[in-house]
Design a protein around this ligand. Structure first.
Ligand code: ADP
Length: 482
């Protein structure tokens, strides 16, 4: 009897026997023990080979699993990127998603959304072989025939995931919605199917169906987790898209309202101004003396109203892109002096001594009315927020091609954190109780200056005052689109 030793352990024996009185000769014993050694070595090699195969297999499986996990991750990342980037075109994004899904994690993908009529409709269908996109749509989004298995419809109704990891002949038969459908199912040949619900606030907005056919791998529970995560992201994107559409509609409505309201308000104001003129002329003698101061107040109020309505009209024109510039030859120095002269009363009421420093003519081509509007806005603010303190207005060339105007006051100033937003629409940094206003003057001024190719800037220190500076190129393109 000879031991079979593998790695110093006895793994078995070889037993030889004569059936008779015969004995083993020395050379026979030598031969048999070398045979046992050979057998032991063969056993050792076999064990080694087995171990290697097992380890190699595990390695192979691990590699496969790693690759699949990577594919799922890539798909989710790509889906998130597309959903975030194309907020305004969710249907395009869903088509893109279906294509990426059919290329990376399944053989085909169908996305259905619930229509306004409560009936689901396919919005994206994609097969790894693109000529079969239609078959995917036709075979998966058919209406449900009672008694048959329809994972997507069941998912729509229950809002819960339907996962068929192995679609054998029996399941396929149960899924069949009719003879035509049978042919389609045979063509698609699904061997695993998964339908996940796209849900938001307890409502099912849609269903995403993934299917695989050989040679693609079958879907596994990790795919269910991935698809459910995808459905969550699609739901958020659908919600965002709907909010975005609502916001756009609301902005459009507001702009239209602004436009109609400001036009409508203009008409009675014009008529009021005319009436004031008539009353002024008709009121004579003692009656006239009594009426005139009140009339002056009424005229001032109507002027204020007109200015507010004009601002609203400008905002509406700007948002509808309907403001154009009409440049002509203008002397900026003169324009500055004219604006300050016209505002003499405003400055004296505010108690602001005004100094104008203009070196000489500053010729250029600008839309004179719009330029005046910017100057008046800045001067009005200096009087309003710098009341009781001096105001300095300077204008000068800046190089050969640019001019600069600045309005400096020593008023309340502006906190650093408010500066960046002040040129926005309806933005203010003071309380409505202390200072009236709509927060539109700087917004409109910036739009005008931008359209002229220039820049408007502010430097300010709370309690010390502000300097608003406008820099303009000396010529503006004709009718620059707003
Ligand atoms: P409004 O004066 O009607 O509020 P504007 O658009 O002209 O609108 O100005 C926006 C805000 O900027 C003002 O509400 C005020 O807070 C601030 N502001 C503008 N000009 C000055 C200034 N010269 N000094 C201090 N604050 C100013």
């Amino acid at each position: 009897m000879l031991p079979l030793k593998v790695e110093h352990r006895i793994r078995g024996f070889l037993l030889f026997a004569w059936d008779g009185p015969q004995v083993f000769l020395a050379e026979e014993r030598g031969f048999l023990s070398s045979l046992a050694q050979q057998c032991a070595q063969a056993l050792e090699r076999a064990a080694l080979y087995e171990a290697l195969r097992e380890r190699g297999g595990k390695l192979h499986l691990a590699l496969e699993a790693g690759k699949e996990a990577e594919e799922r991750l890539f798909f989710l990342l790509e889906a998130s990127r597309a959903l975030a980037e194309h907020l305004d075109d969710v249907e395009w994004t869903l088509e893109h998603l279906a294509r990426v899904a059919a290329r990376n994690v399944a053989t085909y993908c169908l996305v259905e959304l619930m229509g306004a009529d409560g009936v689901p409709r396919g919005v994206a269908a994609s097969h790894r072989e693109p000529e079969r996109d239609g078959a995917v749509l036709a075979s998966l989004s058919l209406p449900w025939v009672e008694g048959t298995l329809h994972p997507a419809r069941e998912c729509f109704l229950s809002g819960e995931t339907r996962f068929l990891p192995e679609v054998g002949p029996e399941l396929r038969e149960r899924m069949c919605q009719g003879p035509e459908h049978r042919a389609l199912l045979e063509a698609l040949n699904p061997h695993s199917l998964l339908a996940v619900a796209v849900r938001m606030r307890g409502r099912t907005l849609g269903v995403i169906t993934l299917g695989t056919a050989a040679p693609c791998r079958r879907l596994v529970p990790a795919d269910v987790a991935m698809a459910e995560e995808l459905a969550r992201r699609v739901a958020v994107a659908l919600e965002n898209a709907s909010l975005y559409r609502d916001a756009q509609a609301a902005v459009r409505l507001r702009d239209e309202f602004l436009s109609v309201a400001s036009h409508e308000l203009k008409t009675p104001l014009t008529s009021l101004k005319l009436q004031h003129g008539l009353i002024d002329r008709a009121a004579l003698g003692a009656v006239g003396d009594k009426v005139r101061p009140r009339l002056a107040t009424a005229v001032r109020q109507v002027q204020r109203l007109s200015a507010l309505v004009d601002s609203l009209l400008d905002v509406s024109r700007i948002s509808l892109g309907r403001l154009t510039l009409e440049p002509s030859d203008v002397d900026l120095g003169q324009a500055v002096r004219d604006a300050v002269d016209r505002m003499e009363e405003v400055f004296s009421l505010a108690g602001c001594p005004v100094r104008v420093e203009v070196p000489g003519p500053l010729p250029g081509r600008w839309d004179s009315l719009r330029l005046d509007q910017v100057l008046v806005n800045l001067l009005t603010n200096a009087a309003k927020y710098g009341a009781g303190r001096p105001v300095l207005v300077e204008a000068a060339f800046e190089g050969e091609e640019m001019v600069r105007v600045s309005v400096r006051d020593e008023g309340i100033g502006i906190a650093a954190e408010d500066l960046p937003r002040l040129f926005g629409r309806f933005e203010r940094a003071v309380s409505d109780r202390h200072y009236g206003g709509l927060g539109l003057g700087l917004y409109i001024s910036r739009q005008i200056v931008d359209a002229m190719g220039g820049r408007i800037e502010v430097e300010s220190r709370p309690g010390l005052g502000s300097i608003f500076t406008v820099r303009l190129p000396r010529s503006t393109a004709q009718c620059a689109p707003w």
